[in-house]
Design a binder for this molecule. Structure first.
Ligand code: 26Y
Length: 818
């Protein structure tokens, strides 16, 4: 059967050309004789889509036939970026498409650049879910992702006079060939209303009569695996007005207003919340969470019931993964559906929930944990609040049995937080029910055990684990760095590392080889030139590819310390200004690149962006400095920008105050691309140090335990003189806007320097000096670079997903035959 199906769509360049042209003519409805780059992209994307759909069908049918245990990955955020390049690479048809396009007179690079980014997420957590989907597909796991189809993705960052402004990202404007609308797959999601106990058919039942019903419509996004036929599904829900008409408002004769009212349902999936820091108990956010959770749970239960007549085997067939607590209402929803609608006993429903759910946390600080005001939850989801209270009652009884009447402990651990405003603590709920709680690096797990979830760890030590994050080498090397990809394949003598990343270790045995070193430098140089062109196009600035490209790209946060970087740059600038000509000759030229978005309401982060621009303007126009130092801010940082910048970077900075980064995944993308890391020993970097050795990195800053100690002792160490001097320049208006920048200086000098810039400044400068020294000796640098790539294998999401599958989800590969 599958042999018959395969080859249904032909993949030779001539067939592909015809296919692209047919799509331009019949899908896009443009003339095949006059095609621009965007239309070529659309034609090609639709042609690729057909191939994805073919494999998607085969995979889903195969899963259905085999009925393996499935994993459902629930996440409110997915940062997928572009799909075209990734799809043709994973489908194994890149060369054929390149030929087809060339023969039609198009360049693949230009066509691929026509695609916008799918940015349905904020940062690390959201890109992690995208990388993990790629690994799930590639490793043949029977998995589905579920999320929300926001109409507006993460805001576009526009810089005006150095200040960040936010613009809406209406990403669906030009159509989205990567999704399949499933008008027939839709579920009613209920909100508000009342709950009553009723006696129906001789049984006591709880009946929830909703005050509002919204329809969730499925949009399927095929996720192709690499080197396999398996293509899994990412199902995103869009909100539509419900099919159940509200007879009352339509009956009043005010037809127009009744229609307008119905249409408001769509706002639920309209916009992604752009904050990845502090949870605010907003009704719309809660509605989004429940909307997506309810539709997903209904879908999962429907699929299970298609082939099972009772719930006895539910836990053997279903695993649900919560990407942080954002989807944790799924726990309550599963219990509600099983008890109220499927009429299982509480005990049966409870056992199922405890068996199927696992939870990964991405937070290190208690303030980052979600809390939902009880009043809000009670009005929006009255039945769910009852269930949460029932769970909490049993849980606190268990606690009393175990620890006696330790009221402090009870109040810390309770799912319900008492106080002026009562809240539901979603992390506590998740820990109580989930069989497995995972941190995202080893250091993160230590923090969970000793601080954030200490009480829970004492109660259930067996629940707590970690799965160190990883990234997919398909997107982050094969797609984004084809030059390096070919070079690695050549020297390893195989491309098998694309599925078995540990093979990269084989590069170690060639590290002394001069030929490899030369080829390595050549590939990196080509990437740098591409980055130079990009910088010129974005900012109008011409920078030299001979300089060291020193990059920090990530969300702007005080704890990530872009401010430390900028203050270091001011120090470097000041040093160069005061040098004699003879000394200047020894300066290693640098192009410092910073990029990232600040949450719209995060004032300090916005000030950091402005400071970066003001300092850049001063340095970049100073004739004394010339090519010795440049500071570039890359606006509107996103996944595709990262794909271009990372392969062209020499040095990258990951300098969070130790103890604040749960894991960090950006560093892994740089590492595998052979970019050296200047980093603090935080999050997953501790494991990176183990893998590639401290001698191949530039490590600085206080260690995690030192930070803890300084904080405990309330020590505010004396600031180093270099830092005081640099801060004085900012305060004195050397870069203008002294009033606006004052809070930045105050945060270090008078507000206790919580992020310890003062403490870490000298060692940061030392690490920078060490990087300069290493860069002068290009041979040494190249070896360090090769060893970085060679040692990066542990940080593939394939390893992470393999560990989750075996240790947390209990799922097995289910490979669709070719
Ligand atoms: C509740 C809402 C305000 C919220 C929304 C998004 C809270 C947090 C987030 C996102 C958090 C996040 O991205 N965390 C990062 O997750 C990465 C993947 O595990 C880690 O590598 C990184 O250290 C962590 O900051």
């Amino acid at each position: 059967f599958f042999e018959m199906m395969d080859g249904f769509l032909k993949n030779d360049p001539v067939s592909l050309q015809k296919d692209i042209l047919d799509h331009v003519e019949f899908t896009v409805a443009r003339s095949r004789f006059n095609i621009d780059d965007f239309e070529a992209y659309q034609g090609m994307a639709h042609s690729v889509r057909d191939r994805l759909i073919e494999r998607w069908h085969d995979t889903q049918q195969f899963f259905k036939k085999k009925d393996p245990k499935r994993l459902y990955y629930l996440s409110l955020e997915f940062l997928m970026g572009r799909s075209l390049s990734n799809s043709i690479i994973n489908l194994g048809v890149k060369d054929q498409y390149m030929d087809a396009l060339n023969q039609l007179g198009f360049s693949f690079e230009i066509v691929a650049e026509q695609e916008g980014d799918a940015a349905l997420g904020n940062g690390g957590l959201a890109r992690l879910s995208a990388c993990q989907m790629d690994s799930l597909a590639t490793m043949d796991f029977p998995a589905w992702g579920y999320g929300l189809r926001y109409q507006y993705g993460l805001f576009r960052q526009v810089i005006l006079d150095g200040f960040q402004h936010e613009q809406p990202d209406y990403w669906l404007n030009f159509g989205n060939p990567w999704e399949i609308e499933r008008v027939h797959v839709s579920y009613a999601v209920k909100f508000y209303g009342t709950v009553e106990e009723k006696h129906l058919n001789g049984k006591n039942c709880i009946v929830w009569t909703p005050g509002e019903t919204v329809e969730a419509v499925a949009y399927d996004n095929p996720i192709p695996g690499y080197g396999t036929r398996n293509t899994i599904n990412l199902r995103l829900w869009a909100a539509k007005p419900s099919g159940q008409y509200d007879m009352e408002s339509f009956g009043t004769g005010d037809y127009i207003n009744a229609v307008i009212d119905r249409q408001k349902a769509e706002t639920i999936s309209s916009v992604l919340y752009p904050d990845d820091r502090s949870y605010q108990g907003k009704e719309l956010r809660l509605k989004q969470q429940y909307f997506f959770v309810s539709a997903s749970v209904q879908d999962i239960i429907r699929r299970f019931k298609d082939s099972h007549s009772s719930f006895d085997k539910f836990h053997e067939k279903v695993a649900l993964q919560l990407n942080d607590t954002h989807p944790s209402l799924a726990i309550v929803e599963v219990i509600r559906v099983l008890v109220d609608e499927e009429h299982l006993s509480w005990k049966e429903a409870w056992d199922i929930a405890c068996n199927i759910f696992s939870y990964t946390t991405h937070t290190v600080v208690p303030e980052g944990l979600e809390k939902i005001p009880v009043d809000l939850l009670g009005s929006l989801l009255p039945r769910h609040l009852q269930i949460i209270y029932d769970i909490n009652f049993s849980f606190t009884e268990e606690l009393k049995q175990r620890f006696g009447l330790d009221y402090d402990r009870l109040s810390r651990m309770s799912i319900v937080e008492e106080g002026a405003v009562k809240n539901i603590r979603m992390a506590n709920l998740s820990i109580v029910v989930c069989h497995n709680v995972n941190g995202v690096s080893r250091a993160h797990l230590d923090t969970l055990k000793s601080k954030v979830f200490k009480d829970f760890y004492e109660l259930w030590p067996e629940k707590f684990h970690h799965k160190t994050n990883g990234i997919t080498q398909r997107r982050w090397v094969v797609v984004s760095n084809p030059g390096l990809c070919d070079l690695i394949t050549k020297w390893l003598g195989t491309d098998a590392w694309i599925r078995e990343v540990d093979l990269l270790l084989g590069l170690r045995e060639h590290v002394e080889n001069k030929e490899l070193q030369l080829e390595w430098r050549t590939v990196r140089r080509v990437n740098k030139i591409r980055l130079v062109e990009f910088i010129e196009a974005m900012t109008g600035m011409k920078v030299s590819p001979d300089a060291m490209f020193d990059v920090q790209i990530k969300r702007i946060h005080e704890y990530k310390r872009q401010l430390l970087n900028i203050l270091g740059i001011i120090h470097r600038y000041d040093c160069i200004k005061n040098m004699k000509d003879s000394e200047r000759k020894r300066v290693v030229p640098r192009v410092c690149i910073i990029g990232g978005k600040a949450a719209p309401g995060y004032e300090m982060a916005k000030k950091i962006i402005k400071l970066c621009h003001s300092v850049g303007e001063k340095i970049n126009t100073d004739p004394d400095i010339g090519d010795l130092l440049k500071l570039i801010f890359i606006p509107d940082y996103n996944v595709s920008v990262a794909e271009l910048v990372i392969p062209g970077s020499d040095l990258s900075q990951h300098i969070s105050t130790a103890g604040h980064e749960a894991s960090g995944t950006g560093s892994m993308k740089f590492l595998i691309n052979g970019c050296l890391l200047l980093a603090t020993a935080d999050g997953s970097r501790l494991e990176i140090i183990e893998e590639i050795g401290e001698e191949n990195m530039f490590i600085c800053g206080a260690k995690i335990h030192e930070v803890a100690k300084m904080r405990e002792n309330g020590e505010a160490p004396k600031l180093p003189l270099e830092l005081v001097h640099v801060l004085r320049m900012v305060r004195d208006g050397y870069f203008g806007h002294e009033e606006y920048f004052k809070p930045l200086c105050d945060s270090i000098e008078s507000a206790g320097d919580f992020y310890l810039l003062g403490h870490d400044f000298p060692s940061y400068l030392e690490a920078q000096a060490a990087a300069d020294k290493a860069f002068v000796d290009q041979e040494t640098w190249t070896k360090m670079s090769i060893l970085s790539t060679a040692g990066s294998g542990k940080f593939s999401s394939d390893r992470t997903i393999g560990d989750y599958a075996a240790e947390t989800w209990g799922i097995e590969p289910c490979r669709c035959p070719f």
